[in-house]
Design a protein around this ligand. Structure first.
Ligand code: GUN
Length: 285
């Protein structure tokens, strides 16, 4: 029986620490940090994610707003909204919830967000800095994964890490972050052959493909560290990308729910707070 990495409790602890830091700034006479989330359309999963982001932001003492644009809003309307937020002194962090409706080019919108206010770490400038290990804002889910691995003192140096999935939100950035900690990283994806064998040859398995039960419990070995990033709704229940029985077979595993998910949101809040502090330093607030 392995150890479950409790993202739910760790996120709670980090929110408490963050709230103390926010209170410290308020006591100095500074205004609260502020996060604006832009939601285009009415995707039910996205609606629930953005509500949770706003609620948790308010719990740590931020001000937070959700701007909802119609699902038929034009690319220009979304760009105008982003530009307005870039220029708004009272906004520290901007997050445009993905996915966007198909008629809107995600790259165009992400490129328009001021890199300084890009608390999602998706702007190409931040992607470049993070990839080069030269600073930059880290994307929220990979940052949350690294926080949880660090909290449980999981050794990364010299370990073989297999990242299954190559998305901009998770697969590509987590591969960079693991590499910077001196893991030997392999990225697998939908065209990869012999996945079972690759899993057996690696120590750390990060799965982020969005397919329920994609990693079979039978392929998990007692030395594995299993990071399950999946959030899939099956018969009204949230399940991960790995079979539920895999968690107890691994040495360490993040379960779904209560593993990586809560760490993503607290990382967003931490990114927003860091942006806010930088803006105070630069006297932009
Ligand atoms: N959709 C699912 N996860 C995320 C995220 O971390 N950021 C954004 N912008 N959209 C998402």
């Amino acid at each position: 029986m392995g150890t479950l990495l409790n993202g739910f409790e760790l996120a709670k602890k980090r929110r408490t620490e963050l709230k103390d830091k926010v209170d410290e700034q308020l006591n100095k006479g500074n205004r609260a940090p502020s996060l604006t989330v832009v939601l285009v359309g009415d995707n039910p999963a996205s609606q629930s994610y953005v509500k949770s982001k706003k609620k948790q932001a308010e719990e740590v003492g931020f001000t937070s707003e959700i701007l909802i644009l119609d699902k038929d809003a034009s690319e220009l309307e979304v760009l105008d909204t982003v530009t307005r937020l870039n220029n708004d002194k009272n906004v520290d962090g901007i997050l445009v919830q993905l996915p966007l409706p198909k008629h809107i080019n995600e790259d165009t919108i992400i490129l328009a967000i001021s890199p300084e206010k890009d608390v999602d770490g998706l702007h190409p400038l931040n992607v470049g800095l993070v990839t080069l290990n030269k600073g930059g804002t880290k994307p929220c889910t990979p940052k949350g994964i690294m926080t949880i691995l660090n909290e449980y003192d999981i050794e990364l140096e010299g370990k073989n890490a297999l990242v299954i999935g190559r998305s901009r939100l998770v697969g590509q950035p987590i591969a960079s972050l693991l590499l910077h900690k001196n893991a030997t990283v392999t990225i697998a994806h939908s065209r990869t052959k012999n996945l079972e064998q690759l899993i057996a040859e690696h120590d750390i398995i990060v799965v982020a493909v969005g397919i329920p039960d994609f990693v079979k419990a039978s392929s998990i070995l007692p030395h594995h560290v299993l990071i399950d990033v999946g959030i899939n709704r099956v018969d009204g229940k949230i399940v991960g990308d790995a079979e539920h029985e895999s968690y107890e077979k691994a040495a360490y595993a993040t379960p779904v729910p209560k593993g990586v998910g809560p760490m993503t949101v607290v990382s967003l809040l931490e990114n927003t707070f860091e942006t806010y502090l930088r803006r105070i330093e630069r006297e932009e607030i």
